[in-house]
Design a protein around this ligand. Structure first.
Ligand code: G3P
Ligand code: CA
Length: 268
């Protein structure tokens, strides 16, 4: 059952700042998240990996190579080792037109630090990445969320959405706490279609789905909406695409440019 469905205002179109305002600042740094908030993102999107000593950190890749000056797998590094890394200079080098001296030397934040910084006044759209690699990832995520009173009895569960491409990860969370609002991510290589059976299965545990905007069409969005599931396409960065998806009836989207989506939403 999904008694928690009422916790998200069904008229709200969610502006999800993907990895923070990652079109403007180095992804998954406090600077990118802060910019996402300033640019009117409704949710801070956080991808999770877990360190060798069991700490959840914000990083998209299993390896630190692309977004830091280090190399190797997060699973083989302690938090102390992760904290030595520079998570901002790569961005200055890759995007000289957006570079800022302040970005150099930014560190990789832990989930606890992110929530500590932005608090319960912000909303978090958290993804369990590579759950097969990280035993205990789901329990640790729930521990952090309970600890900060972002989920649990009497809490506004709309402060947090948990997303994953792994149905197993979401099902585990659903078993641990059926009140946690979940979004099933789906990856399509062909133009997307979804059966009634697949929809029923997802509705058993999730409030909605997320998928690439490039694989879906109007019919797909309508089918999802007719079944009262949320649909949050990623990764939508142009205003023309944002407008088309809103016409189709999506209930939010992930973007590296929450400022653009905010302008589109305001002009409707
Ligand atoms: O979580 C939605 C979207 O972020 C999925 O793609 O690879 O950026 O995590 P990715
Ligand atoms: Ca993600």
């Amino acid at each position: 059952g999904n008694g928690e469905r009422s916790s998200l205002n069904s008229n709200e179109i969610l502006n999800v700042a993907h990895r923070g305002a990652s079109g403007h600042a180095p992804e998954h740094t406090l600077a990118a998240y802060e910019l996402g908030e300033q640019m009117k993102g409704d949710f801070i999107e956080v991808d999770l990996q877990m360190t060798e000593d069991g700490v959840l950190i914000a990083m998209h890749d299993e390896k630190v190579d692309r977004t830091t000056d280090g190399s190797g797998f997060v699973k083989d590094m302690t938090l102390a080792e992760i904290k030595q890394l520079d998570a901002g200079s790569w961005f200055n080098e890759a995007y000289p037109d957006k570079a800022k001296p302040d970005y150099a030397g930014l560190t990789v934040p832990t989930l606890e630090e992110i929530i500590g910084e932005f608090g319960r006044g912000s909303r978090y759209y958290i993804e369990t990445k590579a759950p097969d690699v990280y035993p205990g990832m789901q329990e640790e995520l729930l521990r952090v969320l309970y600890n900060h009173k972002l989920i649990g009895s009497n809490e506004a569960s709309s402060k947090v959405l948990v997303q994953s491409f792994s149905a197993d990860s979401l099902l585990e969370i659903h078993e641990l706490d059926p009140e946690v609002p979940l979004i099933q991510l789906i990856s399509y290589s062909e133009p997307a279609t979804i059966t009634d059976q697949e929809i029923s299965a997802i509705k058993e545990y999730a409030l909605g789905i997320g998928t690439s905007y490039t694989s879906i069409d109007k019919e797909y969005v309508e089918k999802i909406r007719e079944n009262e599931l949320l649909i949050h396409p990623f990764l939508v960065n142009s205003k023309a695409d944002m407008e088309r998806l809103l016409e189709w009836g999506v209930t939010g989207m992930f973007t590296n440019f929450p400022d653009r989506l905010d302008e589109v939403l305001k002009s409707r």
